[in-house]
Design a protein around this ligand. Structure first.
Ligand SMILES: [Ca+2]
Length: 301
């Protein structure tokens, strides 16, 4: 499977009268799930792929290669050996029956004197170093929710140093945050670039983006955004990681839920999902899960 780690999940369960659940997220390759021994009876096996409302990673799907039943005389039955069921909602389904963190599509805009050394979301690098100077405003598109941490890791080679950034709502253009004294910076680039702020301090500021004496006005960035840097690293050939944690207040006017109307349905069949068990994306648009019900498993043969 390939999914957006920690936000999009695959879940396999067997019910009733037994509690067996396997839950995975991210990239999982060639995993074999072995269930507990089941006594005689009827069971429902459920494969479910669930997403929150935004961002898809990798193939954004789960592929089931093979399903095998082991009977009590140790013979095996193999179900669907050649057709791999694919559970792949390709559009952004929205869960309404479980709370999810609302995410806001944003554009991060920034200028760095001298260069970007890395851009991070929750400690994971989104963009690596480049040689784009402060004269050019760089942009990165993300989706943010409350408590996410955005970090800009800058590298100064000579003369003045600074990071200027703002985050705006992609849909409305509303400013969510700009660099300023509420950001935190550290010159120790080995510290956590995610939610741990230990070792990060209030930054030094070098004025705002309104016709700044050093950099002028950087295009596409709010005039009140401040140039900041780690206060202990104000020198040539220095580094500064500056980051901010997104608060509910920053996102407040963005907290409208997506408007898809979920219409949960289930694909139900009484034997092997064949000949073509693929669940097309079209059939799952608009709801947050696909359930394949394999009922009466032991009565099929
Ligand atoms: Ca410089």
């Amino acid at each position: 499977m390939e999914s957006e780690k920690s936000y999009d999940f695959f879940e396999f369960t067997i019910t009733p009268n037994v509690s067996f659940t396997v839950r995975e997220s991210g990239i999982v390759l060639n995993k074999t799930i072995l269930t507990p021994v089941l006594s005689s009876g009827n069971y429902i096996a459920t494969w479910k792929y669930s997403k929150d409302g935004i961002i898809s990673s990798g193939m954004d799907q789960v592929r089931i290669k093979q399903i095998r039943l082991f009977t009590d005389n140790c013979s095996t039955r193999t179900l669907a050996p050649t057709q791999a069921p694919t559970i792949a909602p390709s559009l952004a389904p929205v869960a309404t029956n479980t709370p999810i963190a609302t995410r806001t599509p944003v554009i991060v805009k920034f200028s760095i004197d001298n260069y970007l050394y890395g851009f991070y979301l929750n400690g994971a690098q989104v963009r690596g170093n480049n040689s784009i100077e402060w004269m050019e405003t760089q942009t990165i598109e993300l989706s943010l929710k409350e408590n996410d941490v955005v970090a800009v890791y800058g590298y100064n080679t000579q003369a003045q140093q600074g990071v200027l950034a703002e985050i705006v709502d992609k849909n409305t253009g509303r400013v969510i945050t700009t660099t300023g004294s509420h950001w935190r910076c550290s010159g120790n680039v080995n510290l956590d670039k995610g939610s741990n702020f230990t070792g990060y301090n209030s930054p030094v500021t070098y004025g705002n983006n309104n016709n700044n004496a050093v950099w002028g006005t950087r295009p596409s960035i709010s005039l009140n955004a401040m140039w900041i840097w780690d206060i202990s690293s104000q020198r040539e050939y220095s580094y500064s990681v500056c980051k901010v944690q997104i608060t509910q207040e920053m996102l407040l006017s963005n907290r409208s839920e997506p408007t898809h109307t979920p219409t949960p349905t289930a694909t139900q069949f009484s034997r092997i999902p064949s000949p073509s068990p693929q669940v097309s994306s079209a059939s799952v648009v608009g709801f947050n899960f696909v359930i394949l019900l394999f009922t009466l498993l032991f009565l099929m043969f």
